[in-house]
Write a protein that binds this ligand. Sequence first.
Ligand SMILES: O=C/C=C/C=C(\O)C(=O)O
Ligand SMILES: [Fe+2]
Length: 326
Amino acid sequence: MTYGKEPIMDIAQLAHVELFSPKPEKTVDFFKKFLGMTETARSGQSVYLRAYEEMYHNSLKITESKEAGLGHAGWRTTSPQALQRRVEEVKAAGLGKGWIDGDIGHGEAFQFTTPDGHNMELFFDVDYYKPQDHEKTKLLNRATKRPSQGVPVRRLDHLNLMSSNPGKDNQFMTDALGFRVREQIQDNGNVVASWISVSNLVHEVAFMQEPQQEKGKLHHLCYWYGIPQNLYELADLLKDHDHFIEVPPNKHGISQAFCMYVHEPGGNRIELFGDSGYLILDPTFEPVIWEMEDVPGNGDTWIGSEFPESWWTQGTPITSPKIVNR
Ligand SMILES: O=C/C=C/C=C(\O)C(=O)O
Ligand SMILES: [Fe+2]
């Protein structure tokens, strides 16, 4: 059997995400009160938060903005040398924007966009969170005590982006950054959606077709529990506090993850993972290709209610939801 070129192992992880919110204080309150995240800094129009098992200073930056949507995604590389190698590839693809000194929680970063215009950056130097005395836990492999607020998420899991051309974004992320394709929805060879990862997870990022060809939208940001029961507890809590649950606890076919989708007060869709589905340990894992007709009732939701039209058509910033027949 002939194998492709040597895998590129230069990107380690999705380290943080910046969300834009037109209601920043309500958005921050949602992540603190219900998802049990902790505020670690404020600067200008931004608030920085972390989940209790995360070692870094923050994984979420909420920035005030006219409209909801993706601020940027921050990828940590596996080494300073890997950072330089990937920066050269991004520059060669013509998508580089340049270096910044860094931000609260990390050092110098190289900013770029996907072909569809989603803002991203690469960095290596990171600040580890220094727990305050009252946060210190006897569970030595855990960053800070489990919070007593809400149903606390454990870590950031992935990002799902809507694109006018998922195939093009997919191609750039695999060619320039070494992401591996894990699952795709194709329509006569056209990439309608793609789940790609740099780790054993099915995806750290996914790209899905934006039905009106709008560019650079966010579909959802996902945090991880690892325990399906936590989704039912959170659903009960959010329902009691009048938060919109778009998809109740459900098992995905694609990724096999146990999930739920809610909307935070600023309008961004947030996914919660009960478990991350299957892990990929095979270095020559072949991408799983779903044809459009294979998906309804199997790929989208394996067990649970059918996804509403809004799930397939709407991301942030909100654009005219001309409902399209799927
Ligand atoms: O067919 C849709 C399946 C979607 C899966 C995800 O968005 C996910 O695993 O986060
Ligand atoms: Fe997801």
